[in-house]
Design a protein around this ligand. Structure first.
Ligand code: NAI
Length: 379
């Protein structure tokens, strides 16, 4: 039986192709994310003059076959293939292996979502099993010194440590003495949805116009009180904006408190609205696609580095001076979401400026976040 793969026209390109694997591509986030990669990466593909291949994998055959076939009818130069675990017995090769081989960007939205009344931590045991199984596949079939892994599955706060530890354990026979650090500098949890929500909610609260691009940095983790939106450090179109800051500071403490609460528990609004059928999918796919596109541009040499706030093993960051400051600010947390500069070699720098500009309220939020994250990482 031929391997269950659907492919669009592959165009001859000049540069090394980029392969992106989406694991859990048949789900709510996975399908929407795959659509955005198929359509939004068109410009990346053309700018780099390189082929981009998005390989979809899921244990749900019908979902991934349907999504893969459907997407392959969209006329962009991005190639899509699909690979289903259920066909493993009939296939010549493990479909996960086929999906992952040569991928240098792996995005993982595989796992069960929340139902009303559940916290993200309630998902830990089932999703940790799924992520561990996928990590074994990544360690076996990807070049861990080149591949970036972006984890979406919840609880991000405790699953990124599981993912990193599994990849490191599976690489114990590597001849690279620094393989553990290399891996830790290339694996990230996606907390971008919190920044998307914070930016949306602040934009509305300030009554900004359609052309105002408000961005609110969010640090910490991705669960309730570990989410720390820094409204007083909001920027406009990439630049720190004093007028914007003045407008934020003019908001009453009650309004600011409501904004913080809405960002920390915004996921619950979607879980409640979906009434037992899942959690945020479309907004998460939007956030993940933006991050994936930045990594695609990095891997295709369209940019020398990228700056983003990602949940990572900052314990592995070895620049001694910065490491000391990070330890002080995070009370020695091994994993936390901070503004990072990332090159093709992984994390290169950690921006700590935000920590010196916290308002009194934000300092309190940060203290609570650090305490909760310590528990989540030891989960
Ligand atoms: P979903 O249930 O719609 O999709 C999950 C997909 O994973 C399904 O297609 C399922 O077949 C697949 N899957 C399960 N086990 C697998 C395995 N071993 N290998 C490959 N695929 C497997 O769930 P949805 O809504 O897409 O959410 C996915 C995850 O993302 C959940 O854990 C959810 O909590 C999390 N999430 C994370 C957010 C974040 O900000 N980081 C935001 C929203 C959701």
């Amino acid at each position: 039986m031929p391997h269950p793969t659907t492919t669009t026209t592959t165009h001859a390109r000049h540069k090394m192709p980029l392969k992106i694997a989406v694991l859990g591509a048949g789900g709510g986030i996975g399908q929407s994310l795959s659509l955005l990669l198929k359509t939004e990466l068109r410009s990346t593909c053309l700018a780099a003059d390189a082929a981009i291949h998005v390989a979809l994998y899921d244990v749900n055959r019908d979902a991934v076959a349907g999504a893969g076939t459907d997407l392959s009818h969209i006329n962009t130069p991005v190639t899509v293939t699909w690979h289903a675990a259920a066909a493993a017995a009939a296939a010549d090769e493990d479909p996960l292996a086929t999906c992952l081989r040569d991928a240098t960007l792996v995005v993982i939205p595989a796992g069960v979502p929340r139902k009303p009344g559940m916290t993200r931590d309630d998902l830990f045991s089932i999703n940790a099993r799924i992520v561990t199984q996928l990590a074994h596949g990544i360690a076996a079939h990807c070049d861990l010194s080149r591949t970036f892994v972006l984890l979406i599955s919840n609880p991000v706060n405790s699953l990124v440590p599981v993912l990193v530890e599994t990849l490191v354990a599976d690489s114990s026979s590597s001849t690279d003495p620094d393989i553990a650090k290399t891996i830790a500098r290339r694996v990230f949890g996606l907390t971008q949805l919190d920044a998307v929500r914070a930016s949306t909610f602040l934009h509305a609260a300030l009554g900004c116009g359609p052309s105002d691009r408000v961005r609110v940095p969010v640090v910490g983790g991705h669960s309730g009180h570990t989410i720390v939106p820094l409204f007083t450090q909001a920027s406009q179109s990439g630049a720190q904006d004093h007028k914007l800051r003045a407008k934020v500071l003019a908001l009453s403490p009650e309004v600011l408190e409501q904004l913080v609460h809405r960002v920390q528990f915004g996921g619950d609004e979607v879980v409640k609205a979906k009434n037992g059928t899942g959690s945020a999918t479309l907004s998460m796919a939007y956030a993940a696609a933006q991050v994936a596109q930045a990594f695609a541009e990095l891997l295709l040499d369209l940019r020398p580095d990228l700056q983003d706030t990602l949940y990572a093993n900052i314990g592995a960051f070895s620049n001694t001076d910065v490491a000391k400051q990070v330890t002080k600010i995070t009370n020695g947390l091994a994993y936390v979401s901070l503004p990072l500069t990332i090159t093709k070699d992984g994390i290169q720098a950690i921006d700590l400026q935000w920590a010196h500009n916290l308002s009194a309220e934000e300092s309190k939020l940060w203290t609570t976040c650090v305490r909760e994250l310590e528990g989540a990482i030891k989960h």
